[in-house]
Design a protein around this ligand. Structure first.
Ligand code: ADP
Length: 856
């Protein structure tokens, strides 16, 4: 709807309503104005009547005085000369009638008998009983009253006692018909005045009628009104039927229209003393007031209507302008809206395309990842395409809990359904299970998030086909088992290799040492024996390194990590390497400036191994009279031990090969310096296994600096090494040693070595024989090989210890074995042996151990 229609219609309605209200208001206002005017006029009328009556009374008194003061009247009165009185009084009455409206003129004798009615000279001699006279007679004063006579006349009377020289000679009474007073008030007030008197006051209609005729006053007859007669009438004649409308008991008897005049009446009760005798009616002509009020109302209304019309017209124009603006704005907004709608549609179709693409991608991703998704909402289950494929359900087939349960592998069904129930009750839903798709079993992994906030369970889940993964896991497990078996086999191979290599080496080195001890051999033979010993030692270190490296590469490295004092490790390493440095004429310089408490977390023996490796290389690859400097740097949490030499250095081109490949000696293979090319490789692996780093820098021809870096740890408490003082090298030849050894060559070598050191030896070939021999109690110590037929050395040691159980006896047992793999020592000790000596036997070490254990 247009703005104008929307606004103008209610505005017009409102204005019409306003006009009606105004009209009504004007009407009311005119009534109020008229009422007000009437009230004022009415009150004024009554007041005027009362005023006029009082004036008339005063006039009458003065008129009476003009008579009573006249000597002629006094004479005629005292003589009782009626005729003379009449002759004197008649001219007065005529004059007074004309000017003052006096209608009644009496002379009464002192006894109240009427002497003369000037206005009606033939009627006299009656006794006067009217209130006005009785008052004057009784009080001797002027009596005044407005009295109704039996003929219906209503007269204002004044009775004055007439005294001459104090003697009462009679009374003079004057009366004015009230009609006269009302006529003059009505004339003065521009209103019609009437007095209606009660018919009961009047003797008979005839008398009343005849008097009216006589006076010629009233246009009304006896029957004009039912209860009252119109006693006084001044002003316009009111039609009888209209006169009847006047309610004597109401203040306003309503409006009376007379031709083009409009009258309203106002009534008041009239009393004679206390007696209600009738009503005074005042008719006001309100034609002018009404006309004025109506005219002004019309003018005001016309003005208002004109104003409203102008306003409406202006408003109409203004609204038209606004409407045009609104239309333009509406058009603009509509255009914008259309544009936005188009944009929105484009955006929506773009979004739809994106959603389509994403759904496609998601399906593809699900299919590539073998992950399907599902959703349970309002009891309806939905499966993604991949989910259907995983469960082997056709794309358009219905899905529900029953279909899902039917897909489950019979062996897993109860477990899966129980898991779902538990998840709905508040747990997690994350499990692996199998489904049967045709004759194929698939492994699935499923997870779901359950929303329990509604009465109906809502959930969203993913299901992943992990069949391939499961198969791979099985394959992996098998491969791992195979690899572990291979590793075990390698380890077994290594340990047997170690054993097999060490056994002959033991013989070679042992006999070489034995021969070296022989003083009778020639110098050339001694030199040959020395060569055999050096070659043997080299072979032994090669074997040891190879085994160590293999063990590291097999991940078998065992580290006993603890906080160790860096200074003490350095000191020990330097002590151990000092003979080599001395032998080659290289100066060892220790520049470490740390105290004993500085510690790193590492395996002490492995750190020593690394330092000795660096130190021995620095010595070996040095120049004659060169030096090796060891120093320590601390940088934050890191500790670095550097070993710098003044040797040949390493060519730049070869530097990147350092630490990497075993057996790579960087061209030193054919040189005179002994080595294996394994040391640095082991060093790096071991260092990294302990959480550290190794590195170096080298300038060819100037020297190299190798370093190891390890994280610092809390300081260690300093423990003082108590040196072991060995007893004097006195051998107790009475102490018999038992040797358990199956290898003949080794038997002979050991016996020769022991005999050389002054010991007596009995030999047994296996563990069982050893146990039997030990039971004889004649042996002070047992040297026990570990790998022997019938019973191993471990079993034999255990048997000996169990035989000793409960006694104070403890036969020292020292393992003497080619089993030099890591853990072999522990194995020996845990089987009950007291010490461990690896083959090839270090004669010096054997000597020390025998001294220690046989001394006990
Ligand atoms: P090797 O038993 O040969 O010493 P390493 O693994 O300890 O084996 O060292 C590998 C090679 O690195 C050595 O053969 C040598 O060529 C070179 N090398 C090691 N340390 C030094 C050094 N301080 N000065 C010069 N060359 C060195």
């Amino acid at each position: 709807m247009k703005l104008r229609t929307r606004i103008i219609a209610p505005v017009i309605a409102a204005m019409l309503l306003l006009t009606v209200v105004l009209l009504f208001g004007m009407q009311k206002m005119s009534e109020v104005i008229i009422t007000d005017a009437l009230t004022r006029e009415g009150q004024n009328g009554h007041f005027q009547v009362d005023e006029m009556t009082n004036n008339v009374t005063r006039d009458l008194e003065s008129l009476i005085f003009s008579v009573t003061s006249s000597q002629q009247f006094i004479k005629a009165m005292t003589e009782g000369d009626r005729l003379r009185l009449y002759e004197l009084a008649r001219p007065y009455l005529d004059k007074w009638q004309a000017f003052s409206g006096v209608t009644h003129f009496y002379f009464h004798s002192p006894d109240g008998i009427n002497l003369l009615r000037v206005h009606m000279k033939d009627k006299h001699g009656d006794r006067i009983r009217r209130k006005s006279f009785l008052f004057a007679e009784k009080n001797g004063n002027t009596g005044v009253a407005t009295e109704v006579g039996v003929t219906g006349e209503w007269v204002r009377r004044v009775v004055v006692p007439w005294r001459v020289e104090g003697r009462l000679i009679g009374y003079v009474e004057l009366g004015v018909d009230m009609e006269h007073i009302y006529a003059s008030v009505g004339h003065h007030m521009n209103s019609t005045m009437m007095v209606l008197l009660n018919k009961k006051l009047i003797k008979s209609p005839e008398i009343w009628e005849s008097r009216r005729k006589q006076l010629g006053f009233s246009p009304y007859v006896w029957d004009t009104l039912s209860d009252e007669v119109v006693a006084v009438h001044a002003g316009m004649k009111i039609a009888a039927e209209k006169l009847q409308l006047i309610k004597p008991d109401a203040n306003f008897a309503g409006e009376i229209r007379l031709g083009d005049k409009m009258l309203v009446s106002q009534t008041r009760s009239v009393y004679d003393g206390a007696q209600l005798i009738g009503h005074e009616v005042q008719m006001l002509d309100i034609t002018n007031i009404r006309t004025v009020v109506e005219n002004s109302s019309h003018i005001i209304i016309a003005a208002i209507i004109l104003l409203l019309l102008t306003l409406i017209a202006g408003f109409f124009g203004f609204l038209g302008k606004i409407q045009r603006r609104i239309d333009t704005e509406e058009m603009r907004i509509q255009q914008q809206l259309d544009e936005k709608t188009r944009e929105l549609r484009t955006y929506q179709s773009g979004l739809e395309e994106q959603v389509r693409q994403r759904t496609f991608d998601l399906n593809r991703a699900q299919s590539v990842a073998h992950v399907g998704s599902w959703q349970l909402k309002d009891g309806v289950l939905e499966w993604s395409d991949e989910c259907r494929r995983i469960f082997g359900v056709a794309p358009d087939a219905p899905v529900n809990a029953g279909v899902f349960a039917a897909c489950l592998h019979p062996d897993d069904r109860a477990r899966v359904l129980a898991a779902w129930d538990a998840a709905v009750a508040g747990g997690d839903y994350d499990l692996e299970y199998r489904v049967q798709v045709c004759d194929q079993v698939r492994w699935l992994k499923e997870r779901a998030e359950i929303d329990r906030s509604f009465k109906m369970t809502a959930a969203i889940g993913i299901v992943q086909d992990i069949t391939a993964q499961k198969l791979a896991e099985t394959g992996l497990r098998e491969a791992k088992n195979t690899a572990e078996a291979a590793s075990r086999a390698k380890n077994d191979f290594l340990s047997s290799m170690s054993h097999e290599l060490r056994t002959p080496l033991n013989a070679v080195l042992g006999y070489a040492q034995l021969m070296g001890m022989d003083r009778e051999i020639s110098a050339a033979t001694r030199e040959h024996v020395g060569e055999i010993e050096r070659a043997g030692e080299h072979l032994l270190s090669l074997v040891n390194d190879v085994i160590d490296l293999s063990r590291i590469e097999a991940g078998k490295i065992e580290l006993s990590m603890e906080a160790i004092s860096v200074k003490s490790v350095i000191d020990k390493s330097l002590t151990m390497i000092a003979p080599l440095a001395g032998k080659l004429g290289i100066r060892l310089i220790n520049r470490t400036a740390i105290d004993d408490t500085v510690a790193v977390r590492a395996d002490a023996s492995r750190i020593r191994q690394i330092l000795i490796n660096f130190l021995s290389n620095a010595i070996k690859y040095n120049r004659p009279q060169g030096s090796v400097t060891l120093s320590v740097q601390i940088d934050g949490e890191l500790l670095r031990i550097s070993i710098a030499d003044t040797g040949t250095g390493i060519a730049k081109a070869k530097q990147e090969r350092i630490f990497n490949e075993p057996f790579d000696r960087l061209g030193k293979e054919n040189g005179s310096i002994e080595g294996t090319g394994i040391g640095l490789v082991i060093t790096r692996r071991v260092c990294e296994a302990m959480g550290g780093h190794v590195g170096f820098n080298s300038v060819e021809g100037q020297g190299s600096t190798f370093w190891i870096e390890l994280p610092l740890t809390a300081p260690v408490e300093i423990s003082i090494d108590i040196p072991v003082f060995l007893p004097a090298a006195a051998v107790d030849g009475n102490k018999l040693i038992l040797l358990a050894e199956d290898n003949r060559v080794n038997q002979r070598l050991a016996v020769a070595l022991l005999n050389k050191q002054g010991y007596q030896v009995d030999v047994v070939e296996n563990g069982k024989e050893a146990v039997v021999a030990a039971a004889s109690g004649k042996y002070a110590l047992v040297l026990m090989d570990c790998q022997m037929p019938v019973m191993s050395g471990f079993e034999a040691a255990a048997a000996i210890r169990s035989a000793e159980a409960g006694t104070t006896r403890h036969l020292p047992i020292i393992a003497m074995t080619a089993n030099a793999m890591e853990g072999d020592r522990e194995k020996c000790l845990s089987s009950g042996m007291d010490e461990y000596l690896s083959k090839p036997i270090n004669t010096q070490r054997l000597k020390e151990l025998l001294q220690i254990w046989l001394a006990q």
